[in-house]
Design a protein around this ligand. Structure first.
Ligand code: SDX
Length: 427
């Protein structure tokens, strides 16, 4: 029974009393589920003030710039953990014992190959297709191959599908890249780490041995950790909505990939690098900042701002440090990093951005790192999707474990009232 209540009084109507529910952390929520039966809906386009579900997976404090996965701070996970351990934590709720981790690692490793016929699907695409279009198509097509893990009402099926998706996303992601450059696909190897295997499948060729650089391997693993999950963001909400109809897991993850592709969401990393390349030099920054502030100009600073963070995105801090680490390891000096740091400095001292609490987000520095690793910008959001697959699966799993209703919001209708139809065509 909720201790706190809210009373809603509509002119002339009897007051409506609503429960206020309290979580472990964060805002209290008003339980409005009974409002529909009272003839009222809430109105919240973009869900700026709506809690769509109850969850135990990730907590974000936007004002303080805090991100917790099952209670563990993101900077501690990025520093002391690895992506597969974070996957275990997100999926199972607790950190694994060495034995549990080894069993999890082996299971993921042994599912990294994809059905050989799926490789033929790639050849139906143009070589210059955007890799996210290919990832959407091929991920959804997994449902045509793995019929033995499609009954979402069977927990074992959900578990098998989860492992298949977690294991095969790097393989398919690397295949998108290889296909786009006309090189042969590289099979996964069981002797490499998750991140190392991905880099090997991306850059190895049949002509010579490819040695995974341990600094780049660690940087890629950290990038995957930083993108693993992020509460009820647009793509995760898409996966939950798709899953609420009982759709199979492969279709749900394909829907998440489609939503992530948007430049306002996961597509921002690719858009941010293009923006930095367009700015190209510090002296051009004032003009771009002016355009970002101009309401008549649709241009926005990509990699800046966030619906939840009204402080520094904690992931951006780790990403910036990783950026310096990778460039130092490669002995590279990237002018775009100079531009990014100057842009950040100017924006963070500009009243427009200060008043709106706009800070760099996870996408601001990631593109510079990935570019330094030799990864084309068209692959940036594919890597985001690969990393976020575990978060999507964790929320999809939680929704099934907790029991769910089909997501079916209502609307504020402002169209025509009923009127008689008379065709203009028969005259
Ligand atoms: C991700 O939700 C998640 O958790 C997402 C994510 C995850 O891990 O899943 O964190 C990943 O998607 C990060 C965000 C990546 N997107 C970008 O970097 C694109 C650029 N950012 C913006 O498009 C914007 O900041 C959003 C979409 C991220 C957030 O938009 P909101 O919350 O709807 O805020 P808004 O559009 O209402 O903006 C509030 C004000 C507006 O000005 P006013 O109308 O008040 O005068 O801030 C301005 C906006 O014009 N504004 C910006 C801006 N972002 C917001 N102005 C210039 N440049 C920007 N980037």
């Amino acid at each position: 029974m909720a201790d706190k209540k809210v009373t809603l009084t509509l002119d002339g109507e009897a007051p409506v009393e609503l429960d206020v529910l309290q979580g472990t952390l964060g805002q209290d929520v008003v339980d409005v589920r009974s409002l529909g039966s009272q003839g009222l809906f809430t109105f919240d386009p973009g869900f700026t003030s709506t809690a769509s579900c109850e969850s135990k997976i990730t907590y974000i404090d936007g004002d303080e710039g805090i991100l917790l996965h099952r209670g563990y701070p993101i900077d501690q996970l990025a520093t002391h953990s690895n992506y597969l351990e974070v996957c275990y934590i997100l999926l199972n709720g607790e950190a694994p014992t060495p034995e549990q981790f080894e069993e999890f690692r082996i299971t993921v490793t042994r599912h990294t190959m994809i059905h050989e016929q799926i490789t033929r699907l790639f050849h139906g695409f143009r070589r210059d297709s955007h890799p996210m279009a290919v990832m959407c198509g091929v991920t959804g097509a997994l449902a045509a191959f793995y019929h033995d893990s499609m009954d979402v009402n069977i927990e074992r099926h959900r578990e098998i599908a989860a492992f298949r998706l977690l294991s095969k996303m790097p393989t398919m992601a690397a295949m998108c890249y290889k296909y786009s450059i006309g090189q042969p696909f590289v099979y996964p190897r069981n002797d490499l780490s998750y991140a190392g295997n991905f880099l090997h499948m991306m850059f190895a060729t049949p002509c010579e041995e490819y040695k995974v650089n341990p600094v780049l391997e660690r940087a890629m693993d950290r990038i995957l950790i930083l993108h693993a999950d992020h509460e009820q963001n647009a793509s995760t909400s898409t996966v939950r909505t798709a899953g609420s109809s009982g759709a199979n897991p492969f279709a749900c993850i394909a829907a998440g990939i489609a939503s992530l592709w948007g430049p306002a969401h996961g597509g921002a990393n690719e858009a941010c690098l293009r923006m930095l390349e367009e700015i190209s030099h510090k002296e051009h920054i004032p003009e771009f900042v002016r355009r970002a502030k101009d309401k008549n100009d649709s241009f926005r600073l990509m990699g800046f701002g966030h619906r939840v963070y009204k402080n520094y995105d904690p992931r951006a801090t780790v990403m910036r440090d990783t950026c310096h680490e990778v460039l130092n390891e490669l002995g590279m000096k990237d002018d775009l990093l100079e531009v990014a740091m100057e842009l950040e400095h100017i924006a963070l001292n500009d009243p427009y951005f200060i008043e709106r609490k706009l800070y760099p987000n996870v996408d601001f520095y990631s593109g510079i790192i990935l570019k330094a690793m030799g990864i084309p910008s068209s692959m940036f959001t594919v890597i985001f999707a690969m990393a976020r697959t575990v978060g999507w699966i964790a929320h999809w799993k939680e929704m099934h474990d907790e029991g769910m209703k089909i997501a079916r919001p209502r609307q504020l209708y402002t169209g025509y009232a009923q009127r008689e139809f008379e065709s203009q065509l028969q005259k």
